[in-house]
Design a protein around this ligand. Structure first.
Ligand code: IFG
Length: 532
C-alpha cells in the first residue's frame, strides 16, 4: 500500500502523529513544511491534464508533481473567491468524504488555494491552475475565471468523484500547469420548460451537469403557446390558467417567484447565469387564453396542446398589451441578476411586419429601461435592435440580411444554427425519437462547425458565442433531456470555449467522459461516432 506523503506527513492512522481533522479543526494548522513532499504515484484512472473537455489552451504536465487530496486538505479562499471555493467543496466532498473546509487564508499547504488577481476584468474568464506536490493553486482575474478553473479541477479527479456516495480510495491529481481562457464569452444551454414543464430539481441537475463543461449561461424558455411558466404579480391567470397545460395535455406547472430565484441562485453557485425568455409577440397562446383582454377581439382562444407554431400574436394595437409586456419585463428583470433578458420574436407569422416593428419599438426600450441587454431570435433583426441587443441566429440558411445588418452595426450575434446546435434533433435519421426538420445532428455534426463562418458576413468579432437549445415538444422526461443533451452538449461547449477543435482528438476525450456521466447517473446517448 502506497502511503500518501502529503505536506511532509504520512496520511496513515493518527499513530503516526498526524493530528486528526477534529484536532486540527481547533489547533492551528501545522506550519507550512520547508521540505517538499515526496512524489506521489498517479492512480491508473486519474485523468491527464489534456483529457479535459473543453480542451484547455495550454496544459503542461509535471509528472513528479502529482498532488494527493486528503482529509487534511483545506480549500483556502481570499476575498471574492469563496463562491468557487464553496462549489469545489460541494462537488468534491460527497465522494471523497473529506471535510474540505473552506477557510479564509493565503496558503495552499496540502490543500487547494483560490486567488483573485488584483484589478482583474470581471469579464476575463482566464485562469491558471497549478497542481504541485505540496498543494494546488488556482488563480484568475475574476469569479468566472475561478469557476472555469474549478470545473477543470473537478475533471482532473477520477470519475469516482462524481459518485454520490463516499469512495474509499486515493484522490490524486496529475501534476502540472493549465493556463486557459475561452474563445467566446457566451457558451449557452437552453431548456424549453414551456412545451413540457420540468421542476426546480430537474433544472438544478441540468445546471450542474452542463456547468462542468464550462457552459456559463442557461436560457430558460419560460412561455409559449402551450404553457406559461413564471408567476407575474398582477397577472395571476397567467399561472392559474396559462400554466395548466403542456404538449399532449399534461398537467403543466410553473415556477413561483421564489422558485425562480432559487434556480437563479443555484446557477450562480455553479458559475452559470440565467437568461429568462418570454417569447413575444408570437408563441403567446398561453397568455392569450389567460386574459381575453389581451386578444384583439376580446375573446380568449382555447388552450393549445399540439405542436404547431406561428398562429398566435399579442394584439399590437391595444394599450393593455404594453402594460402586460412592461409588467412581465420589469418583474423578470428584477428577479434576474444576469445581463440578458430574452424577448423571443421568432415565428410571428400572424403579426404583420409593420405591427411587428411597432411592437418592438415599444417593447425593446422597456428591456433597456429595466437594465438588461435584450436578446431576440434573429427575426427581430428587422426591428430597431438597441446597441446593447443580441441577435440569436437559429435557422439553417447560410445568410440572413437583417442579421448581417445588425452585426455590421455592432449588435453581437449568438449562434444557434439548428442544423448544428438544436438538441431536439435526432442524432441519426434512424432514431425513432427527436425532430428532423433541420436534419440529423450527431455529435460530429455538433462539433465540426465554425461559428464565425456559418452566416455570410457574420465573422470574427461579431459572434458573442454559441448556445444549444433543447426544445421539448417531444421531450417529456428527465431521461430524455439527458439523452438529447449528452454528449452533444460537450461538443457545443468545446466549440464555444476552445480555439483548437479537432474531431479525432475530441472523440477520444469524449469517450473517456462516459465513466463520469455514468457516475452522475446521466442517461447519455452512445453516439455511434464516438469510441466509447
Ligand atoms: N422553431 C421554434 C421553436 C421550436 C423549434 C423546434 C425557434 C426559435 C422550431 N422557434 O426555434 O419554438 O418549435 O425545433
Amino acid at each position: 500500500m502506497v502511503s500518501l506523503v502529503v505536506n511532509g506527513c504520512t496520511d496513515d492512522p493518527p499513530t503516526q502523529g498526524v493530528p486528526s481533522v477534529s484536532a486540527q479543526a481547533t489547533s492551528p494548522r501545522p506550519a507550512t513544511p520547508t521540505t517538499t513532499p515526496e512524489p506521489v504515484r498517479l492512480p491508473e484512472d486519474a485523468p491527464a491534464l489534456s483529457d479535459v473537455i473543453p480542451a484547455p489552451e495550454s496544459a503542461r504536465p509535471a509528472k513528479d508533481d502529482n498532488f494527493a487530496l486528503t482529509k487534511q486538505s483545506d480549500i483556502s479562499v481570499a476575498d471574492g473567491t469563496r463562491a468557487a471555493g464553496d462549489y469545489l467543496a460541494d462537488v468534491l466532498r460527497p465522494a471523497t468524504g473529506f471535510p474540505l473546509r473552506v477557510v479564509s487564508g493565503e496558503d495552499n499547504a496540502g490543500g487547494i488555494q483560490l486567488l483573485l488577481r488584483e484589478g482583474g476584468d470581471p469579464q476575463d474568464e482566464s485562469y491558471r491552475l497549478e497542481v504541485a506536490r505540496d498543494g494546488v493553486t488556482l488563480s484568475a482575474a475574476s469569479q468566472s475565471g475561478l469557476f472555469a478553473g474549478a470545473h477543470t479541477l473537478r475533471q482532473l479527479l477520477p470519475a469516482d468523484v462524481e459518485r454520490g456516495e463516499t469512495v474509499d480510495r486515493e484522490w490524486v491529481l496529475a501534476g502540472g500547469v493549465v493556463e486557459d481562457q475561452p474563445r467566446f464569452g457566451y457558451r449557452g444551454a437552453m431548456l424549453d420548460v414551456a412545451r413540457h414543464f420540468f421542476g426546480v430539481d430537474v433544472v438544478k441537475r441540468y445546471i450542474d451537469r452542463v456547468a462542468q463543461y464550462k457552459v456559463n449561461y442557461l436560457h430558460l424558455h419560460l412561455a409559449d403557446d402551450q404553457g406559461w411558466r413564471i408567476e407575474i404579480d398582477g397577472w395571476p391567470r397567467l399561472t392559474e390558467v396559462g400554466a395548466r397545460n403542456e404538449v399532449g395535455g399534461g398537467k403543466g406547472g410553473f415556477y413561483t417567484k421564489q422558485q425562480y430565484r432559487e434556480i437563479v441562485a443555484y446557477a450562480q453557485s455553479r458559475g452559470v447565469t440565467i437568461v429568462p425568455e418570454i417569447d413575444m409577440p408570437g408563441h403567446t397562446n398561453a397568455a392569450l387564453t389567460s386574459y381575453a383582454k389581451l386578444n384583439c377581439d376580446g375573446t380568449a382562444p382555447p388552450t393549445y396542446t399540439d405542436t404547431k407554431v406561428g398562429f398566435s400574436s399579442l394584439c399590437i394595437d391595444k394599450p393593455v398589451t404594453y402594460d402586460f409586456a412592461n409588467d412581465v419585463i420589469t418583474q423578470l428583470a428584477e428577479m434576474t441578476p444576469g445581463p440578458y433578458l430574452h424577448i423571443g420574436g421568432d415565428e410571428a407569422n400572424s403579426t404583420k411586419d409593420a405591427d411587428y416593428r411597432a411592437f418592438f419599438d415599444k417593447v425593446l426600450p422597456m428591456v433597456v429601461k429595466a437594465g438588461k441587454r435584450p436578446i431576440g431570435w434573429h427575426e427581430y433583426a428587422k426591428a430597431n435592435v438597441p446597441r446593447s441587443g443580441v441577435v440569436q441566429y437559429w435557422r439553417i440558411e447560410t445568410a440572413d440580411a437583417p442579421t448581417r445588418r445588425q452585426a455590421d452595426s455592432g449588435r453581437r450575434v449568438l449562434m444557434s444554427p439548428a442544423d448544428k446546435t438544436y438538441l431536439d434533433m435526432k442524432y441519426e435519421e434512424s432514431n425513432p425519437w427527436g425532430n428532423s426538420w433541420a436534419g440529423a445532428v450527431d455529435v460530429r455534426t455538433a462539433y465540426e462547425w465554425e461559428p464565425t463562418k456559418e452566416l455570410a458576413g457574420v465573422g470574427d468579432g461579431m459572434v458573442l458565442g454559441v448556445e444549444a437549445p433543447l426544445w421539448t415538444e417531444l421531450v417529456t422526461t428527465e431521461d430524455e433531456i439527458e439523452r438529447m443533451t449528452f454528449p452533444r452538449m460537450q461538443a457545443i461547449a468545446e466549440v464555444g470555449w476552445s480555439t483548437q477543435t479537432k474531431w479525432a482528438d475530441f472523440r477520444q476525450r469524449l469517450a473517456a467522459q462516459a465513466e463520469r456521466m455514468t457516475a452522475q447517473d446521466i442517461a447519455f446517448h452512445r453516439d455511434s461516432g464516438v469510441p466509447w
